[in-house]
Ligand binder design. Structure first.
Ligand code: NAD
Length: 373
C-alpha cells in the first residue's frame, strides 16, 4: 500500500486498479489520475517492459494534456504487461478480458496507445466498456489511420519555426524516432510541406539519408510487417543511432525517456517537438533548453488523438475535416500562447504549459465536493 501511495500528490491518482486473470495471462494496471474535469480518457499500452511508474506518469500527462486542450476530461492510462506482437487470437482474448474486467469503471474511457489499435477498441466496445477510437464501421473516427495526433504535431512544428530560427519547413531536415501511428503520419504531413525526412527509426533500427528518404516507400515497408531498416538506400544504425543524426527538427514518436542524461549531449537539432508522451527526462529537457534547443512539450504538441477521441465520445456524425479543423485550431493557439509567454517570461515552454494546464485543473477541483473526483 505504502508503495503505491508514493505516487500520490495534490492532483492524484484517484484510483489504481490491478487487473489480473491467470487463465489468459492478463496482467494489467489502470491508473485514474484526476477526474475533476470529467471522466478520464487515456490509451491502453501493451508492452512487456511497462511499469507502474510509467503508467502513473502517462496518466498524469493525460490529465494535463486534456486540461491544456480544454477538454472536459481527466487523465488515465492502462498498461498491459505483454508482447504487443503476440498472435491475434491471444491478443483478442487478452483485450476482451481486460475490457470485461473494467467495464463497470465509470470514470475511465479506454482509447488506443502503443500496442493497441482500432480493432482492439472494437473488441472493447463489444464487451460494453466505455471506449473511444473505434473503427469507422462502428461510427468511430479511426484516429491512428487518419493521423490525428500527427496533424497536431505538424502544426505545432510550423508554429515553432520562427522561434528557433528555422526559416520554413521547405528543405528543413527532420528526424523522427518511431514509425508507427504518430511517426509515419508526421513524416507524411511534413514531407507534404517539402521538409526533408533524413532519418527515421523503429524498434529494430535507424535509417539515414542526408538527401532525404521516400516516406511512401517507408510506409509501404511497415505495412508489410518489415522494418524501416529494410529501406534499400541510406546508412543503417542501431535504434539509438537516431539520437546522433544531424538535423534541424527532431521528433520523438516512440517511448518515454528516450533522451536522458546519458545521451542528451548527442542530440543535434534546433527544435524538438514531442510527438511521444514524456520522451525527454526533465534533466535532458533543461539541458537542451540551456543549449538553445527549443522543446515543444507533449501536452501542447500531441493532443490530436485525444481531441479526436473526445469528439467521437460526444457522439454525432463527424467527418475527418471537422476533427482536423479542431485539432489545428487548438494546437496552433496553444503553441503560440505557450511560446509567446515563454519568451515574455524567459521561462521554459514546459513550465508555461504546465501552469496553463494546472490552473484549469485546480479551478475544476474547486467546484467539486471533494477535490480530484
Ligand atoms: P505505435 O505502436 O503505432 O508505434 C510506435 C513506434 O515506435 C513503432 O514504429 C515501434 O517500432 C517504435 N519503437 C518502439 N520502441 C522504440 C525504440 N526504443 N526506438 C525507436 N522506435 C521504437 O505507437 P504510436 O501510437 O505511434 O505512439 C507513439 C508515441 O506517441 C507513444 O509515446 C504514445 O504515447 C504517443 N502518443 C500517441 C498518440 C496516438 O494518437 N497514437 C497520441 C499522443 C501521444
Amino acid at each position: 500500500m505504502a508503495d503505491i501511495l508514493r505516487f500520490a500528490d495534490k492532483l492524484g491518482p484517484e484510483k489504481i486498479i490491478q487487473v489480473y486473470e491467470p487463465s489468459v495471462n492478463l496482467k494489467a494496471l489502470l491508473v485514474i489520475d484526476n477526474v475533476s474535469m470529467g471522466p478520464a480518457i487515456g490509451g491502453i499500452r501493451v508492452a512487456p517492459d511497462v511499469s507502474i511508474k510509467e503508467c502513473f506518469r502517462l496518466a498524469r500527462t493525460m490529465t494535463l494534456k486534456n486540461a491544456a486542450a480544454g477538454l472536459p476530461h481527466g487523465g488515465g492510462k492502462v498498461v498491459v504487461f505483454a508482447d504487443p506482437k503476440m498472435p491475434k487470437p491471444d491478443k483478442k482474448c487478452l483485450i476482451r478480458a481486460l475490457a470485461c474486467s473494467l467495464r463497470t469503471v465509470q470514470e475511465y474511457i479506454m482509447g488506443p496507445d502503443m500496442g493497441t489499435d482500432e480493432e482492439c477498441m472494437a473488441w472493447i466496445k463489444d464487451e460494453n466498456a466505455q471506449v473511444a477510437g473505434i473503427p469507422a464501421e462502428l461510427g468511430g473516427i479511426p484516429l491512428d489511420e487518419i493521423g490525428a495526433t500527427a496533424w497536431g504535431v505538424k502544426h505545432a512544428t510550423e508554429v515553432a519555426l520562427p522561434y528557433c530560427g528555422i526559416p520554413s519547413l521547405e528543405k528543413a531536415r527532420v528526424v523522427i524516432q518511431g514509425f508507427g501511428a504518430v511517426g509515419k503520419h508526421t513524416a507524411r504531413f511534413l514531407a507534404a510541406q517539402k521538409a526533408l525526412i533524413v532519418g527515421v527509426s523503429d524498434s529494430r533500427g535507424t535509417v539515414y539519408n542526408p538527401d532525404g528518404l521516400e516516406v511512401d516507400k517507408l510506409i509501404q515497408l511497415k505495412a508489410t510487417a518489415k522494418s524501416v531498416i529494410d529501406y534499400p538506400q541510406g546508412q543503417k544504425f542501431d535504434r539509438d543511432g537516431i539520437v546522433d543524426l544531424e538535423c534541424d527538427i527532431w521528433i520523438p514518436a516512440a517511448r518515454p525517456d528516450v533522451v536522458h542524461e546519458g545521451n542528451m549531449h548527442r542530440l543535434k537539432a534546433r527544435l524538438v517537438v514531442e510527438g511521444a508522451n514524456i520522451p525527454l527526462t526533465s534533466g535532458a529537457e533543461k539541458y537542451l533548453q540551456k543549449k538553445g534547443v527549443l522543446v515543444i512539450p507533449d501536452i501542447i504538441a500531441n493532443p490530436g488523438g485525444v481531441i479526436c477521441s473526445a469528439m467521437e465520445y460526444r457522439g454525432g456524425i463527424l467527418v475527418q475535416s471537422e476533427v482536423f479543423k479542431v485539432i489545428e485550431e487548438k494546437v496552433v493557439n496553444n503553441t503560440r500562447l505557450v511560446l509567446e509567454e515563454s519568451q515574455k517570461k524567459k521561462s521554459m515552454p514546459r513550465k508555461v504549459a504546465l501552469n496553463l494546464a494546472l490552473a484549469r485543473v485546480e479551478k475544476a477541483m474547486s467546484f467539486r465536493r471533494w477535490s480530484i473526483y
